[in-house]
Write a protein that binds this ligand. Structure first.
Ligand SMILES: NC(=O)c1ccc[n+]([C@@H]2O[C@H](COP(=O)([O-])OP(=O)(O)OC[C@H]3O[C@@H](n4cnc5c(N)ncnc54)[C@H](O)[C@@H]3O)[C@@H](O)[C@H]2O)c1
Length: 322
């Protein structure tokens, strides 16, 4: 299969590209390297340094390459930054995404897998089902919803799967690709930094309505998520569909539980303190992923918390040469 990946120099795009190459597919990567790194792109990919919204260049790429499926990862992903710079997020994640998809449709490329996020749901008390009402709380999550809606409006012309990822963590088992250790500030990355630099770890909020007062997330390993993309790419080639699917394990861990696991796995002490809550933080976010599991007969392989932590620490150590 010939798969075009946008954002293939980023964390998830590079790992999914590597996984698909391992399965014998041809990969074409488009990335403007705004947050991604060229060295992340698997060597066997054909790479174009290009903005997704550059219609002229994109049309040339479409003319030159046979493309069976598009996987659209390119976006800005810093939820906290989006609150301060909302226009930047709406422009890149929604308007630029729209230009890109409309160029795909105009060129007869109509099989699309789109990376959306569980943040589209906002706060929910129970396990989240795809039919639940969306309530995005930040410009980042709103921009992702708008692009979902654009795809839905155009579904007549498309075979399309919207994937709502929960919290993606970990790295490739052979440590060929993983998250950017210099960008962002998610829980796993911050804990890797605390372990490696003996840096105090801040927990944002201790009075949330959860089992231990800290927020709870459903984490999914990037290799399991890559397998999901692989299996769905085979489905979308055979069948015209329009699906929205949650990608998570269906259970969650609190910030304190993850912290304790980092201490156990690294065998290092982590100093931590509670600080104030962050604006827009969701309390509990756990998927109901039964639809995904049923459709592709998916059984996650990397779901133990110990493995999620070990995989992240190993990648962090490799990148920082420790
Ligand atoms: N990381 C997560 O836990 C998570 C969770 C839910 C959803 N997602 C979604 O998954 C996708 C990938 O996330 P990630 O964590 O790999 O992010 P990332 O920042 O590592 O990768 C995004 C890539 O897109 C590129 N890019 C951005 N704007 C572009 C443009 N206009 N033209 C060309 N390239 C552009 C960047 O250079 C970068 O390489 C995003 O769409 C994000 O919303 C991620």
């Amino acid at each position: 299969m010939n798969v075009l990946v946008t954002g293939g120099a980023g964390y998830i795009g590079s790992c999914v590209s590597q996984y698909l190459i391992d399965k014998g597919n041809n990969l074409i990567v488009i990335d403007n390297l705004s947050t991604g790194l060229k060295k992340n792109i698997p060597k066997k990919c054909k790479f174009y340094k290009c903005n997704i919204q550059d219609t002229k260049k994109i049309n040339r790429i479409f003319e030159k390459n046979k493309i069976d499926i598009v996987m659209h990862f390119a976006a800005y992903v810093d939820n906290a930054e989006s609150i301060l710079k909302s226009k930047k997020y709406f422009k890149n994640n929604y308007y630029n995404g729209r230009i890109f998809f409309s160029n795909c449709i105009n060129n007869g490329i109509n099989k699309i897998i789109y990376s959306s996020t569980a943040a589209v749901y906002g706060n929910k008390k129970k396990k989240i089902n795809e039919k639940d009402i969306l309530k995005p709380l930040t410009p980042y999550s709103s921009s992702k919803v708008l692009l979902e809606e654009y795809l839905e409006k155009n579904k007549k012309n498309l075979s399309c799967i919207v994937l709502r990822y929960f919290n993606v963590v970990g790295a490739d088992s052979r440590l060929r690709c993983g998250f950017n250790i210099n960008k962002g500030s998610n829980l796993f990355l911050n804990l890797c930094r605390s372990v490696s630099k003996n840096k105090r770890f801040n927990i944002n909020g201790k009075t949330y309505d959860s089992k231990d007062g800290t927020t709870i997330r459903d984490f999914i390993h990037v290799s399991d998520l890559s397998e999901v993309h692989y299996k769905l790419s085979k489905l979308i080639i055979k069948k015209k569909v329009f699906l929205k699917l949650n990608c998570g394990y269906g259970f969650g861990y609190s910030v304190l539980e993850v912290l304790q696991e980092f201490i156990r796995v690294s065998k290092k002490k982590i100093n931590y303190q509670f600080v104030k809550k962050r604006k827009g933080d969701i309390v509990v976010s756990i998927s109901n992923s039964s639809k995904l599991k049923k459709i592709i007969k998916w059984q996650p392989k990397y779901h133990s918390l110990g493995y999620l932590v070990k995989s992240s620490l190993n990648w962090y150590k490799k990148v920082t040469n420790q």
